[in-house]
Write a protein that binds this ligand. Structure first.
Ligand SMILES: [Zn+2]
Length: 306
């Protein structure tokens, strides 16, 4: 039975668009067909609405492990599952995923119940680890190569398909939200390197997991990437401005919110704020721009004038 899900075909690649073009909690499902094998990149919620075009997949390559990228794995129990070595434990067990999130113990049972209910979460002890540069030959000259681009998670990868130079860039999603680095294995420093490195990937087409979908012009990609990276600098600038005005504890900064609007709530928002703001404070301290005294953060005199 043909799927009702809108799809975009790009040579060996098909992109099945999730609801609202893959806005979270949904995502865009990518499949790659070679002469010998069918591969799926991630399995977002939309995977639950697909038929044979997904269920015939011989292998699934996760660009990274998060609940919204693994919501269809339960439908593919026999497909080989490949996950970067830094994210693989998060795919293998709940304990691994809990460490990956890095949230407070009080939050974790609720998080597990939520992802089981909303994202059909199942652990995959059979997940195999891959490394930067890993390649998969799908037959007929179709290949997939993993490029390690951490930051969002420590194992986040771009998956580059040839022929065609089609790059699945996952949660380098170019959204107006900006980069996410609120989990235990997320890293602001890695994001800064990744935002520079992803521009150098020899691609002609870019596919995001969420929202933007398929981008076919380098100029558009670079413009969106700059705006996306600017969100990270805007968060830093907001924290700097706040501290200039009012030296504050981390708890006070978290209560103010610098990532999520204060009128919204989810189980993990507070933990993500702690982790995100904490990394900016560490970075500002390392640069000599901010200092902590007795639990209170303030900007140094004359420092950080941007
Ligand atoms: Zn993610």
């Amino acid at each position: 039975m043909a799927s009702e899900t809108p799809a975009i075909r790009l040579g060996p690649v098909t992109v099945y668009l999730g609801e609202k073009s893959g806005k979270y909690p949904d995502g865009n499902q990518v499949t790659v067909r070679g002469a010998d094998a069918l591969a799926a990149f991630d399995t977002p919620l939309v995977a639950n609405r697909l038929g044979a075009e997904l269920l015939e997949a011989d292998l699934v390559v996760l660009g990274h492990m998060h609940e919204d990228h693994s919501a269809g794995l339960h439908r593919l129990p026999r497909a080989e599952l490949h996950v970067h070595e830094a994210d693989v434990e998060a795919a293998r067990s709940w304990e691994g995923l809990a460490r990956h999130y890095g949230y407070r113990p009080a939050v974790l049972p609720g998080m597990r119940a939520k992802i089981e209910k909303d994202f059909c979460y199942v652990p995959r002890p059979d997940a195999r680890a891959y490394r930067d540069g890993a390649t998969w030959e799908l037959g007929g000259g179709v290949t997939v190569r993993a490029l390690h681009m951490p930051g969002h998670t420590s194992g986040h990868c771009v998956l580059l398909v040839e022929p065609g130079g089609i790059a699945f860039i996952g949660d380098i999603d170019l959204s107006s939200f900006g980069p996410y680095y609120g989990d235990g294995t997320s890293s602001l420093a890695d994001w800064r390197r990744t935002l520079a490195a992803v521009k150098e990937v020899p691609a002609k087409v870019w596919i995001t997991s969420h929202h933007k979908g398929v981008i076919t012009e380098r100029e558009t990609f670079v413009t969106l990437l700059q705006a996306f990276a600017a969100r990270l600098d805007a968060r830093e600038a907001a924290i700097v401005a706040y501290l200039r005005d009012k030296p504050s504890t981390l708890e006070q900064l978290v209560a103010h919110r610098f990532v999520y609007p204060p009128q919204f709530n989810d189980l993990y928002y507070e933990d993500a704020e702690v982790r995100t703001i904490g990394q900016h404070l560490e970075e500002l301290a390392a640069a000599g721009r901010a200092v902590e005294e007795g639990g209170r953060w303030r900007m140094r005199q004359g420092a950080g004038g941007r």
